[in-house]
Design a protein around this ligand. Structure first.
Ligand code: G3P
Ligand code: CA
Length: 269
């Protein structure tokens, strides 16, 4: 490989802002989406769950406790699970001040508001269905919401949206409901199992410590449901050395809380 080729070898790695640019703004808030846009990142990742009254919201943990002031606003309602609060209650919470005073007043966004912001910023979304076993039917509900938000037209489905989950059953459901949508399975299935996953997932998205170049190559050898080689988007890398290493292993994407650090590292290689 010539040095010119080597220099270009990492250029096609997509960097995804994990929970938005979550090292610089509170994770999974609209401020984190905007922070990613301000840094020039076209892809954001989020986590979707459901409230007690059946509304879709963007939050990583099962509980509201770590990333909001729910313990102060609703003492006595431990463990403060999102599934035990109505949207009206969740809208009373501050999802920004835990991160820094500058973000006081940020809310837990509804999926609808989140999609509007991503659209306004002309960004793309890696949507994670978080803990779907807690929310029966959430796959169909998410697709309905996305359709209403204009995210299931041809253009969005073709190049702006990927739906992923740690639950193979959930990814399978999304694929069977809308086979045109790109999907990802979060995990590191054994190489021999990859053809099974390729029936319903376009991406295999592993934790970065669990892969090497041989594994990435074995994923790329298998074709996904849309006839293209499976892709690998790895997570969560926030330092230059591991970003360069993953790019060298051949991954298609790196999911990062510090996407600017990843970009700078890859530009230097
Ligand atoms: O997108 C991959 C990554 O988000 C999976 O882990 O726990 O951050 O949702 P987690
Ligand atoms: Ca996630």
């Amino acid at each position: 490989v010539s040095s010119a080729q080597a220099a270009g070898a990492h250029r096609t790695v997509v960097t995804v802002a994990h929970r938005g640019a979550s090292a610089y703004a509170p994770e999974n808030t609209l401020a984190a989406v905007d922070a990613a846009a301000d840094l020039g990142f076209a892809w954001v990742e989020n986590d979707v769950q459901r409230t007690k009254d059946g509304e879709l919201v963007v939050l990583h943990d099962t509980s509201l406790a770590r990333t909001t002031n729910v313990e102060q606003v609703f003492p006595g309602r431990a463990p403060w699970n999102v599934a035990d609060f109505t949207l009206a209650e969740i809208e009373k919470l501050d999802a920004g001040s835990w991160f820094g005073p500058k973000f006081t007043g940020e809310r837990v966004p509804t999926l609808e508001d989140y999609m509007d912001t991503v659209e306004d910023n002309d960004q793309n979304l890696l949507l994670e269905i978080k803990s779907p076993e807690l929310y029966p039917g959430i796959e169909r509900q998410i697709l309905k919401e996305l359709r209403e938000d204009g995210w299931l037209d041809r253009d969005h489905v073709k190049r702006r949206l990927v739906v992923q989950s740690f639950s193979a059953d959930s990814v399978k459901k999304v694929h069977s409901l809308r086979p045109d949508i790109k999907t990802g399975f979060l995990g590191t299935p054994a190489a021999a199992e990859l053809p099974k996953y390729a029936a319903f997932a376009d991406q295999i998205n592993p934790q970065y410590k669990s892969i090497d170049a041989g594994y990435v190559a074995s994923v790329h050898k298998v074709k996904g449901p849309h006839g293209r080689p499976l892709e690998v988007f790895t997570w969560t890398i926030d330092d230059a050395a591991n970003a360069v290493k993953a790019a060298g292993q051949g991954v298609n994407g790196i999911i990062s809380n510090k996407p600017d650090v990843v970009r700078n590292a890859l530009e230097k290689t």
